[in-house]
Each structure stands twice: as structure tokens, then as C-alpha cells.
Design a protein around this ligand. Structure first.
Ligand code: AMP
Length: 282
């Protein structure tokens, strides 16, 4: 596996793939790779000629007081995980390489970013779109792979690519979980042992919400029950619990077949998110 740190190295690598006739799959990440990332890389390797993974903790998607500094980093381990999962190259640029001079031009994600994480992390999805567009323009992938754990991010990027005719296919990859149901996340390492024990309650509470939905309970009752369970079963603070249509993230409407039940819980040093995406019927 090749490790690339500069834009010019990346361009060179991309040219080589073109010359060899390889389709390119791209997995953008913030590193501290785990089995969830590995699954994205494996799926990319199954369907593309060569796979490139980026590892870049993007400062523009962190707000003041968020965990940019304490976000876990381990490039040595990332190299091993990416290579074992089938990556041909790893792109790990510095902040200066990605953000030299700045004209101040920004991409605004619009109404899809007003709910869920966007409501409590103002500017977060602006930063996500900024880095995803820059990386996509550099890598020029045939297909880009995103996890459904970050369902709002996925919905916003799908709309962005569609609206702006970005010629890269998007592949959705289901959430990979620990055996106790906790969604794998780089941030799990920042949980205290007691919080780690409590955290599987997030998925259990969402599953309970889904069973209430199947029993015909109202949106308000479902959201309140889940929030109540999270408060009772964890020491974290519930940021939001929301039942919405997916992927348009509007109030559930009759004509939308898919729903999302999503929540975020703030623990002492880690904010965890999780969701269930399900068909309205059955
Ligand atoms: P991150 O490094 O957390 O920014 O995530 C990079 C990519 O991996 C995003 O598309 C995430 O949605 C995806 N991802 C993170 N955790 C998981 C997981 N547990 N299962 C599947 N995909 C994941």
C-alpha cells in the first residue's frame, strides 16, 4: 500500500490508476480506523479496481469547544487496517496541505443540516461538504463509500452530489457494531469504562422506539420514551432524539417509505450518535 501525504503525490497516483485502466473507490475517514471503516474499504475493494482511503481530521467540521484536539489519532494502526482491508493507497495530508490560502468561499448545506446534529453543531456540515468536495475533486473517484452510522451526513452528501452533478456514485454501507450493539466509532475510546458499559443502551433504546412505532405509538411518545430510557440507563446528556423521514429529514410524511430514528448522547469526553433506518411498513 502506498502512503501519500501531498496533493501532487495524490494526483500522480490518480494518473497511474487512469493509465492502468483501474476504477477508483474512495473511503474518506478521520482515521483511528476500526472494523466499520474496514468494512467500507472491503466493499470498495470488492467493486473497484483500486481503493484509496483518506485519513484527515478535518478542523473545519469541528466547532469551538468540540473534540478536535482530543480526537484519537494513530496513523501506524490506520496503515495496517487499511492495507489488510484491501486499500491500495492511504492519503494522509497535513492541515496546511488541505487548507493553504483561503478565499472564504463556503458551501452552505441548507435545510437538511438544520435538524439532528446540524442543530447542535452549527457549521459542522459546512465543513464536511468543504472537505468532501476538495477530496472528491482530488481523488476523482468512480465510487465513494459512506457509512449509514452518519446518516445525516450521507443524506446531505447524496443531495449535494445530485444537485451539483458531481459524477461520482455513492455507496451506502450499513453500520458495523460491537457484539453488544454499540455502533463502532473512533470516539468510543474516549468513553470512561463506566460510560462504555452504559453505551449499548443507545441502540437498545432505539430498538425499543422501533417496537413502539410498530405498535402504532405517536412520534412524540416514541421520542419521549427513548429520551427517558437514555436518561435512565446512561450518565450522558441526551442531545436529541428524532423520528424523521429519510433521506429528506422532514417530518414523517405519508409518501416517504423510509424513516430514521436517530439520537445523540453527550458523554463526558465523547458525543455518540446512532440511528435506525427502516421501512414504514413491515
Ligand atoms: P469517520 O472516520 O468517523 O469520519 O468515518 C468515516 C466513514 O466511516 C464515514 O462514512 C462513516 O459513516 C463510516 N463509519 C464510521 N463508523 C462506522 C460504523 N460503525 N459502521 C459503518 N461505517 C462507519
Amino acid at each position: 500500500m502506498r502512503t501519500l501525504t501531498t496533493i501532487s503525490e495524490l494526483k500522480q497516483w490518480r494518473e497511474e490508476q487512469r493509465a492502468e485502466g483501474n476504477t477508483v473507490g474512495f473511503v474518506p475517514t478521520m482515521g483511528y480506523l476500526h472494523e466499520g471503516h474496514a468494512e467500507l474499504i472491503r466493499q470498495a475493494a470488492d467493486s473497484c479496481g483500486s481503493v484509496i482511503v483518506s485519513v484527515f481530521v478535518n478542523p473545519t467540521q469541528f466547532g469551538p469547544g468540540e473534540d478536535f484536539e482530543s480526537y484519537p489519532r494513530d496513523l501506524g494502526s490506520d496503515r495496517r487496517v487499511a492495507e489488510a482491508a484491501g486499500a491500495a493507497a492511504l492519503f494522509c495530508p497535513s492541515v496546511d496541505e488541505m487548507y493553504p490560502a483561503d478565499s472564504g468561499i463556503r458551501i452552505t448545506p441548507g435545510p437538511l443540516a438544520c435538524r439532528l446534529c446540524g442543530a447542535s453543531r452549527p457549521g459542522h456540515f459546512d465543513g464536511v461538504l468543504q472537505v468532501v468536495l476538495k477530496l472528491t475533486n482530488l481523488v476523482q473517484p468512480d465510487t465513494i463509500f459512506f457509512g449509514m452510522k452518519d446518516a445525516q451526513q450521507l443524506a446531505i452528501i447524496e443531495s449535494f452530489f445530485r444537485d451539483y452533478l458531481i459524477p461520482t456514485a455513492i455507496c451506502r454501507v450499513p453500520t458495523v457494531r460491537e457484539s453488544d450493539g454499540l455502533a463502532k466509532s473512533s470516539r468510543n475510546v474516549n468513553l470512561t469504562p463506566a460510560e462504555r458499559d452504559e453505551a449499548p443502551a443507545i441502540q437498545r433504546a432505539l430498538q425499543h422506539g422501533l417496537s413502539l412505532y410498530r405498535q402504532g405509538k405517536s412520534r412524540e411518545v416514541i421520542e419521549a420514551e427513548i429520551a427517558g430510557l437514555l436518561t435512565e440507563l446512561t450518565s450522558g446528556t441526551v442531545d436529541y432524539v428524532s423520528l424523521l423521514s429519510y433521506p429528506d429529514l422532514s417530518e414523517p410524511r405519508a409518501e416517504e417509505p423510509e424513516l430514521i430514528l436517530a439520537c445523540a448522547v453527550q458523554f463526558s469526553k465523547a458525543r455518540l450518535i446512532d440511528n435506525l433506518i427502516f421501512q414504514k411498513e413491515g
